[in-house]
Design a protein around this ligand. Structure first.
Ligand code: AMP
Ligand code: MG
Length: 495
């Protein structure tokens, strides 16, 4: 049977959208319906064709105007049911009620391999949760999220993805007038620690259980029928966070704003605001202009992960045991497992970075001794591991320092103690030590060409090596030099 408006629906779905909006069937307290604002002159800035293909979306059927209208929220795909999600969060330690103030969830799209992914427009206008914000976003920060999230995905680190950036043809007013833009973000979901905090703050235990069950079914279905389901849920979330933050540490990624509303229960990296990659190794590295105390410094990320998980555990207390004291004991014990979990992931990753294929009790010390040398000598984190991954001994003045030579001999000794390594240590190392990361000055250069002269070519040139970050090559040098003047480099929240 053909419905009366079947032809319109078919046209709108011809790109391959398969919406199934499960979140909007949850209790209404969790969201508010929302409508993307009308914008004057939407124009495509960048489309992610590779990701579209993975999602089963055929961008080829869309003329540029249609793609611009789609990703600006002007022409909604058939089946979308736009909402803004309610959540709360601890921002720099202080609790606040928040919600999507400038992001609108179009719904969940079913990919060809059966995964459900959120399709969200960031910067699409005001919602019930906008407070005093304008609901808009500027081109620079949206392109920044595009570049860094795609670089993280290529590095193999769980992350939300970026499908498109469109400009709106309208200004957004910050400290100056900037070009307005909208990012299409694709995520396993946008359920955050803050989503649980929101219901816990309302003491809404019955909906908390509904949200927990929904989240378990969506992200941890293997736990759905198990005993002590909510405890296992907490432990699984903690495990994914430990693994995720270890992966950040291993590539020198600094998130910059690890508020609890920016910690996804799915275990993906989410919310690329003031994030940046570290150059010279130093645990104190902070780039965010508002992080004066260094709360979210590189070296603090693992501990902040645990702090955020403690806030998550607090929300789950009523589900863990009806006796509050018992619930606290259960939660504390599970939370206490996190530091060892993190250390395990980090150590395993660091061993691979040094080409070690077996475990030795001295490995932690060996690794920390290298990091200590890097910190004292100001060595670049990424390039040091890259140099060590080469078949030749590392060359350069820094590597002639006696402290490095001593460490190097120790490492060589440790490598030779591996009796039957399956793969050559350098091959192991090259698979995990990136040849390129998004260097801050390269990202800035690409964004300013795009913002200032509508020139996306610099950005496309940067995206190419970032798409295959473990592939070394002779042309990579311009993307491998550490950022000059890094001490003065500052990043800003994308508001
Ligand atoms: P973020 O720093 O991006 O994690 O955002 C923190 C909170 O501020 C979220 O609730 C956002 O929706 C909200 N927010 C950020 N920018 C804006 C804006 N321009 N208009 C309205 N709300 C915003
Ligand atoms: Mg956020």
């Amino acid at each position: 049977m053909v419905s009366p408006n079947g032809s319109v629906a078919n046209k709108k779905n011809s790109a391959g959208w398969q919406f199934d909006n499960t979140y909007s069937r949850l209790p209404e307290v969790l969201f508010a319906s929302a409508k993307p604002a009308n914008v004057r002159a939407p124009q495509v800035s960048i489309l992610n064709h590779g990701l579209a293909e993975e999602l089963g979306i055929d961008l080829g059927v869309l003329v540029p105007e249609a793609a611009a209208a789609l990703f600006a929220g002007q022409d909604l795909p058939g089946g979308a049911r736009p909402i803004a999600q309610a959540y709360a969060g601890h921002q720099f330690g202080s609790f606040t009620m928040l919600g999507d103030g400038r992001a609108i969830l179009l719904g969940e799209h079913r990919t060809p391999d059966g995964q459900l992914v959120d399709i969200q427009l960031k910067g699409a206008g005001q919602t019930r949760f906008s407070r005093r914000g304008d609901g808009r976003a500027a081109l620079g920060p949206m392109l920044r999220e595009y570049v860094i999230s795609e670089a993280m995905a290529a590095l193999g680190i769980p992350t939300t993805r970026s499908l498109a950036v469109v400009t709106t043809g309208e200004p957004v007013f910050r400290t100056s007038a900037l070009r307005g833009a909208i990012l299409t973000r694709v995520a396993a979901s946008h359920i955050r620690v803050g989503t649980f905090e929101y219901l816990a703050a309302r003491q809404d235990e019955s909906n908390l259980r509904v949200l927990a069950d929904y989240t378990i079914n969506r992200h941890y279905p293997e736990l759905a029928d198990g005993p002590r389901k909510y405890l296992e849920f907490f432990r699984a979330v903690a495990d994914r966070q430990a693994s995720l933050i270890a992966q950040w540490q291993l590539v020198g990624f600094i998130h910059g704003v690890m508020n609890t509303d920016n910690m996804a229960i799915s275990g993906e990296t989410i919310d690329y605001g003031p994030c940046a990659f570290m150059n010279a190794y130093s645990p104190e590295t902070v780039f965010s202009s508002i992080d004066h105390a260094g709360r979210y410094a590189y070296g603090n990320q693992p501990a902040i992960g645990q702090w955020n998980l403690a806030r998550f555990a607090e929300t789950l207390l009523p589900l863990l045991d009806s006796d509050r004291e018992k619930a606290v004991a259960i939660a504390s014990e599970a939370l206490g497992e996190y530091p060892a979990l993190f250390e395990q992931y980090w150590l395993a990753g660091m061993r691979r970075k040094l080409g070690l294929q077996t475990d030795d009790a001295g490995d932690g010390d060996l690794i920390r001794s290298l990091l200590g040398w890097m910190e004292k000598s100001g060595a670049d984190f990424t390039n040091t591991f890259l140099d060590l991954s080469s078949d030749e001994p590392p060359a350069g003045d820094r590597y002639r320092e006696p402290n490095f030579r001593a460490w190097y001999s120790q490492w060589q000794l440790r490598l030779s103690s591996e009796r039957r390594p399956h793969t050559s240590p350098h091959a192991v190392m090259r698979a995990v030590n990136p040849a390129v990361i998004p260097r801050n000055h390269r990202v800035e250069e690409a964004l300013s060409a795009a913002e200032g002269h509508d020139d996306l070519s610099v950005l496309h040139r940067l995206l190419a090596p970032l798409a295959t970050p473990y592939q070394a090559g002779p042309d990579l040098a311009p993307y491998q030099d550490p950022s000059p003047d890094d001490c003065n480099y500052r990043t800003f929240c994308g508001t």
